[in-house]
Structure formats: C-alpha cells, structure tokens
Design a protein around this ligand. Structure first.
Ligand code: ACO
Length: 333
C-alpha cells in the first residue's frame, strides 16, 4: 500500500489590496469593527478587466506547485479542483485548469465543499494515491469571491470577510514510511445547509425568476454568523482531536496547526482550547481575508516559504464551513 506526500506548493493572489478603510468608503463599516471581530486588515480583490478567475488563478498557483515538485505538467495524472465560485455553473474549474496548463487529457474532478473543499480534495487525492491508481495529483483551491458579494451596507456582515486567491499542491506517491499524509477525516451535517449559503439561482428558481423577483437577493451569500461561529469552534476542535487520536498523538506533538482561515477569533479559540503556542499556529487571514477553499493551500504554502515547516514536522490542518462540512488532515512532513 502506498501513501502520499506533498511535493510542491504554490499560491497566487491578485495584486489589488483592499483595506478595511477602502471598504468603509463604499459601505458603513470601519477598520476597528472588522479587526476586532475577524482579525482581517486587508484582502485581495480581482479588479474589473483582469483576466483572473477561479480557474485562471488556480492554474497560476498550480504552475508554481508543479515546478517546485520538480515535475512537468505531463507527470500529473489527475486534477482535483475545489471552489464555491466556479467560472461557470458547469463545467467545473478542473477541466479549465487542464486546458489552461495545456495538460494531457487527465481526469479532472471538482469538489463543492466550500471552506472544507481543500481538506475534502486532499482526502480524495490521498485515496487515489493509496490505491496505486495515480502517482501525482494536482490539488487546487481557488476562489473569486469579490464579484459575488453585496458590497453595500446591507451585505457588510459577509462582504468584509472574503478575499480572492488560489493555492495548489502536488500530492505524490510516497515511499518513505511514517511520512506524508497520515490520515484524513471528513464530516457533514446538511441540516445546517442554509446557515451559510447562496441559494439562488437554483434549478427551480432560475434567471427569469430573479428578474421577476428583484427584491429576492438570495444570489448573495447568506450567513448566520453567530451560529456559524458556535458550530465552527466545536467542529474544528473535534476534527483536530479525531486526527490526533487516530495517530496516537496529542496537541503537544503539533509543530504547526494550519486552520482554514475563517476568522481569527475562531482560530484563537481553538488555539486556547488545545493550549497551542503562537509558534504552533499559522494565521494569515489578516492579509487575505477568508479565501474559503483557497485559504489552507495559501497558508500552507506561505508557511513553508517562511521556513515555518521543516522536515519531520507534524502538521495538522482543519477546516469547517458551509454545509456544514468539516474535516482534518494530519501530515508528517
Ligand atoms: N461593519 C460594521 N458594523 C457591522 C458590520 C460591519 N461590517 N457587520 C455587521 N455590523 C453590525 C450589525 O449590524 C450589528 O449592529 P446592531 O447591533 O446595531 O444591530 C452589530 O454590528 C453586530 O452584528 P452581529 O452580526 O451580531 O456581529 P457579530 O458580533 O456576530 O459578528 C461575525 C459578525 C464577525 C460574522 C461573527 O458572527 C462571526 O465571526 N461569525 C463566524 C462566522 C465566520 O467567521 N464566517 C466566516 C465565513 S464561514 C467559514 O469560513 C467557516
């Protein structure tokens, strides 16, 4: 039986920085409110006229990851692409990356699991490698949020949270025992589907419906923030504990915890619960906001670039979000 390990990483964010003060010019908000409740100072938003989309940013991040893995695009056997903001309703972004990178006709799978999309995607890729079916899989998380937000005072609770960007890893067949992905754990609870959702257009309420019902703004993201917060801190903790237990580890063994960058307050809560030091936790939501499926691969790559991940380190990754869905990955680097 094979195992998998990350052999290359890359990330891409749009150039344009949007600060909290910038937002306060277009809606009734302020830097203090946003920082106190979320930790976010700025985010990247794609500017009108840019070529960037979720697929384009994903392809840019993927190019870096493939190069750092020391591979050619022809070495990639499969693509897993996670996003909640696809370029098209269908087909998904995975096939677009296959085209943008001019890759051979490898399979491409889209994962629609929002904030936990990257964790789910890694788990899928890990299983394909474990069975021996594939050797090198491109796993991408990418989001183009900014064009889908209600950037008025009406939408401020949600709009200030989200940023655009993409991250990618190459997950490869691993020959070293006791290294690489040790375990992945996935969960869902669909009874909370509507608490964090974009519910229209849907197939029963298509574009003509929205044109006739101009007051129905459910094509913008809806979030019950307090409910999401309460569930997030419980599920993050459970997912981490499950991963540690499955590998006979404790929180003391964690060298770096990389959470989905949902909200700095959620991360701090989890950090306190597991008594982790600042050195054991990686946060970059301050710079990028919540980039949903992209947040973990961006954070992972940035942490590695900064020398925060070393050979032999125990890396714990966890995510929670819309669905609700949640999960964790335990990696021995
Ligand atoms: N700027 C200024 N004031 C605002 C803003 C804003 N951007 N948004 C809301 N307010 C106001 C509200 O109108 C309200 O005013 P009122 O008291 O006069 O009615 C007040 O601030 C408090 O609003 P709440 O919605 O109760 O604010 P809360 O303290 O719950 O914070 C937040 C909102 C930050 C979203 C919080 O609920 C939270 O952290 N939730 C977790 C959800 C999360 O982080 N989701 C990330 C995406 S999902 C994921 O990735 C898991």
């Amino acid at each position: 039986m094979y195992s998998s390990k990350i052999t290359g990483m890359g990330f891409y964010v749009p150039d344009t920085i949007v600060t909290n003060d910038d937002l306060s010019k277009i809606m009734d908000t302020n830097d203090m409110w946003i920082q106190e409740r979320t930790g976010i100072k700025e985010r990247r938003w794609i500017q009108k006229g840019s070529e960037d989309t979720s697929a384009v940013m994903g392809a840019k991040a993927a190019r870096i990851a493939i190069e750092r893995a020391g591979l050619e695009k022809e070495d990639i056997d499969f693509i897993v692409f996670a996003t909640l903001s696809p370029d098209y309703y269908f087909p998904g972004g995975g096939v677009m990356v296959q085209d943008l990178l001019d890759m051979p006709t490898v399979g491409a799978l889209d994962v629609r699991n929002q904030c936990s999309g990257f964790v789910y995607s890694m788990s899928v890729a890990d299983q394909f490698i474990k069975t021996g079916m594939y050797k090198n899989i491109l796993v991408i998380g990418a989001e183009y949020h900014s064009n889908g937000l209600d950037k008025t005072t009406r939408g401020r609770t949600v709009a200030v949270l989200f940023g655009d960007g993409a991250g990618a890893v190459v997950l490869s067949r691993n020959k070293q025992k006791d290294k690489g992905v040790l375990s992945t754990h996935l969960h869902s609870q669909g009874k909370f589907a509507k608490e964090l959702s974009v519910t229209k257009p849907n197939i029963r309420n298509w574009i003509p419906y929205l044109m006739e019902n101009k007051d129905d703004l459910s094509y913008y993201p809806y979030m019950d923030g307090q409910k999401v917060f309460k569930h997030a801190i419980v599920r993050f903790s459970e997912a981490i504990q499950e991963g540690l237990q499955a590998n006979n580890l404790t929180a003391d063994d964690i060298d770096l915890f990389i959470p989905h960058q949902a909200n700095l307050r959620i991360t701090q809560f989890v950090q306190r619960r597991f008594k982790l030091s600042d050195d054991q936790v990686y946060s970059n939501i301050q710079k990028y906001g919540n980039t949903t499926a992209a947040s973990i691969p961006i954070a992972l790559c940035e942490a590695w670039e900064k020398g925060r991940i070393k050979d032999g380190d125990l890396i714990v990754i966890a995510a929670f979000g819309s669905g609700f869905t949640w999960g964790s990955i335990v990696i021995r680097w």
